[in-house]
Design a protein around this ligand. Structure first.
Ligand SMILES: NC(=O)c1ccc[n+]([C@@H]2O[C@H](COP(=O)([O-])OP(=O)(O)OC[C@H]3O[C@@H](n4cnc5c(N)ncnc54)[C@H](OP(=O)(O)O)[C@@H]3O)[C@@H](O)[C@H]2O)c1
Length: 174
């Protein structure tokens, strides 16, 4: 059986910003559609603050594991874990049980920072702008990840900015 992959999905500005005041600093309808297609049917691992930012309700069609240090975290329709490692292990079990080949780490900043060293693939929407914000994504180390695919996406009617959608794969350790 092939191992279940850990993938990160993120949208990041040219200056590394991914969030502002508990929300995204942009509206990118095209990217939300891609996010939905990419993640549908796969377990999602997200931080407690990101879960709150999407209205504390699970996104349809995807099992959720919310990471919180609080033992008492309990919300309808989602599971929780008190460590990132615990969340990823649980997500992999769910993936195996449901026939998914990946688990998706979907933010926010605190969770991405800890998960970057564990991820095999990064699906990065590079948002072609510099914005103010309070939450960022770390620099992607080209020695650790290679770019394997890149597509320019002009801003559609419901997008604030043009984007560049890039897929990075962890380089194999020799
Ligand atoms: N642009 C994008 O692609 C994207 C994607 C997602 C989110 N965002 C943005 O990112 C921002 C939220 O990010 P954030 O960094 O503030 O918060 P976050 O990473 O979503 O959540 C942080 C919380 O996760 C829990 N946590 C983190 N590490 C943990 C660990 N090792 N073990 C147990 N629990 C752990 C803690 O919850 P407790 O405090 O409950 O213990 C912590 O307060 C928002 O602005 C959101 O819109 C952007």
């Amino acid at each position: 059986m092939a191992p279940i992959k850990i993938v990160i999905i993120v949208a990041v500005a040219e200056n590394g910003i991914i969030g502002r005041d508990g929300d995204m600093p942009w509206k990118l309808s095209t990217d939300l559609k891609r996010f939905k297609a990419l993640s549908m049917g796969k377990p999602l691992v997200m931080g407690r603050k990101t879960f709150e930012s999407v209205g504390s309700k699970p996104l349809p069609g995807r099992p959720h594991i919310i990471v919180s240090r609080s033992q008492g975290f309990d919300m309808p329709g989602v599971e929780s874990a008190t460590t990132l490692e615990g969340a990823l292990e649980r997500a992999k079990v769910i993936a195996r049980d449901t026939g998914a080949d990946e688990v998706c780490v979907v933010g926010g900043g605190e969770i991405y920072r800890q998960a970057l060293g564990l991820a095999e693939m990064l699906h990065v929407t590079h948002v072609e702008t510099v914005v103010d914000g309070d939450t960022s994504f770390p620099q992607i180390d080209p020695h650790a990840f290679e770019l394997i695919e890149e597509t320019s996406v002009p801003a559609g009617e419901k997008d604030n900015f043009p984007t560049r959608y890039a897929i990075y794969r962890r380089r194999s350790v020799r």
